[in-house]
Design a protein around this ligand. Structure first.
Ligand SMILES: [Zn+2]
Length: 191
């Protein structure tokens, strides 16, 4: 992966797949803003870009903590690397980090075909709020808030669900939910 312009390079973490129990657990508040947290965020961003995905919550890397990273703006271009393999060229990074987020307001509704790095190969339309207001802490532990709409809003709601132990397939109709639950359980048994 071409990371020339990406200054936050870290280590790639293993992404936990549904139905791992950590994905169904309510995550704990972040209280320690020390070097361990800084490293975790760097590694989560690296892992997200490497996947490549637009959002990643701490439970997805096996850490049951209330934090997620996202970037709904960066550009991805398919390319061939120096070893002749298919790869991605990434640019225009705009990483965002949300620690101990709380959704404090919402308006409108929208639907979007969502996917999840923990549920590979599944893409389904999910109904969400069109806009949300979110309060959170940054990497220094300072309190911030923002109004988000469209993709950013959808991504924040998807990632925030992970902190509540909710994977997006839980938000589908019972028929689809049961279908995917069985399918994922079978795939897990086969691994
Ligand atoms: Zn997800």
């Amino acid at each position: 992966m071409n990371l020339e312009k990406y200054e936050l390079a870290g280590d790639e973490l293993e992404i936990v797949k549904y139905p791992d129990p950590v994905l169904s657990k309510k995550a704990s508040e972040v209280t320690d803003f020390g070097p361990g947290l800084q490293k975790l965020v760097k590694d989560m961003l690296f892992t997200m870009y490497h996947a490549p995905g637009i959002g990643l919550a701490a439970p997805q890397v096996g850490q049951s903590l209330r934090l997620f990273v996202l970037d709904v703006e960066y550009d991805r271009e398919e390319m061939t690397n120096s070893r002749g393999e298919d790869d991605w060229k990434l640019s225009n990074f705009n990483p965002k980090v949300f620690i101990n987020p709380v959704l404090t307001g919402n308006s409108g509704t929208t639907t979007y075909e969502e996917g999840c790095l923990s549920v590979p190969g599944v893409y389904e339309e999910v109904k969400r709020y069109q806009a949300v207001h979110v309060k959170y802490q940054n990497l220094k532990g300072e309190f911030e808030e923002m109004e988000a709409d469209d993709m950013l809003s959808i991504c924040i709601q998807h990632e925030n669900d992970h902190l509540e132990g909710i994977v997006f397939i839980e938000r589908l109709s019972n028929l689809k939910k049961n279908f995917y639950k069985k399918k994922m359980a079978k795939e897990k048994a086969a691994r």
